[in-house]
Design a protein around this ligand. Structure first.
Ligand code: ADP
Ligand code: MG
Length: 319
């Protein structure tokens, strides 16, 4: 399989400063040596608790924030060294769908203008072409032609997310980061939006990074899954392998937190105890050891590497 992204040793350490003088008080270690590939035409699910660094990762690979160090290759080229022209081109090819459709759409703009804006930003002036493309995308995303004359506040959350998705795909991107795209929506419409993303991915040959804290949604949509904990990948595998053969105690804990309706009894629930440790002072050794039911001496002192246990399946755990 061809790689669209190759991310190597990505670090993002946010500097915390004190108010007036701007002196460095410390760092938030949001991403730590994250290395991962994203293959062409796949949906990669990135899952983890809030604060684990998922959005930071998504923003880094879209070149929306500059990481502290590391390499991000897109079709073999390091996006972190892109100059203006290359960057502009990249912004067309790799786009973001936000979590909150209530905040991501300008309330003063009609839908037509919201969808026209990406063309204007990218210097495309052919009005006829723009109009055709807008109508095409409106129908692809399940909106109505009349909707283009309305304002965002006239739409429900689900419809607004369709508009946000329409805007993200209107310039024919290769790659989309969907950052918790259904978390702000009613459960009853989450499936519609997830199914729309799956359809669009097939129809438009997209590659997608789907970010969520909800493993049941990730299970539904993804081809491959990566689990993040305190800014590190702790397990990654193809979907089937992941769910049949997961190894990391944190993955077990995440999975047993997913309610399974058909299951009569929860046989072996691993309950994660304790708070998520601070990203400012990450624990020594394995970052999960304080909450891990299987932790032993070594886990307190040594930091486990992400090891390949079968091709494509990697785990960061001494066990
Ligand atoms: N701009 C920022 N400045 C400082 N810290 C940040 C910034 N953005 C995120 N963080 C911190 O980095 C960590 C990871 O955040 P984030 O990537 O948003 O995680 P997630 O998307 O998994 O919830 C959190 O501790 C968060 O508070
Ligand atoms: Mg986030």
């Amino acid at each position: 399989m061809k790689k669209l992204f190759e991310v190597k040793n990505l670090n993002m350490h946010y500097r915390i400063t004190d108010g007036i003088l701007g002196n460095t008080k410390g760092y938030i270690y949001a991403l730590n040596n994250v290395s991962i590939d994203i293959y062409k035409n796949e949906i990669m699910g990135l899952v983890g608790e809030s604060g684990s660094g998922k959005s930071t990762f998504g923003n880094c690979i879209l070149n929306l924030i500059m990481p502290t160090s590391g390499e991000i290759l897109f079709n073999g080229k390091n996006i972190l060294t892109f100059k203006r022209k290359q960057l502009k081109d990249f912004r067309k090819k790799a786009r973001l769908i936000f979590q909150n459709p209530y905040m991501s759409l300008d309330p003063r703009m009609k839908i037509y203008n919201i969808l026209e804006e990406p063309f204007i930003i990218h210097g495309i002036k052919d009005k006829k072409l723009i109009k055709e493309k807008i109508y095409e995308i409106i129908s692809l995303t399940g909106l109505n032609n009349d909707d283009i004359y309305r304002y965002p506040h006239e739409f429900s959350g689900g419809q607004r997310q369709r508009i946000a998705i329409a805007r993200a795909i209107i310039l024919n991107p290769e790659f989309i980061v969907a950052d918790e795209p259904v978390s702000a929506l009613d459960v009853s419409i989450q499936a519609q939006i997830v199914n729309l993303l799956i359809d669009l991915k097939k129809h438009l040959n997209l590659t997608m990074l789907f970010i969520s804290h909800d493993l049941s949604i990730v299970k539904y949509i993804s081809d491959r899954i990566a689990v993040m904990y305190l800014g590190e990948i702790v397990e990654t595998a193809k979907k089937e392998d992941f769910f049949n053969n997961y190894k990391h105690p944190y993955t077990q804990a995440l999975l047993s937190a997913v309610p399974v309706i058909s299951e009569k009894k929860n046989k072996s629930r691993t309950v994660i105890s304790g708070e998520i440790p601070s990203v400012q002072n990450p624990p020594e050794g394995c970052k999960f050891h304080k909450r891990c039911p299987f932790a032993f001496e070594r886990c307190k002192k040594e930091h486990p590497e992400l090891k390949e246990i079968t091709p494509e399946h990697k785990v960061r755990c001494f066990l």
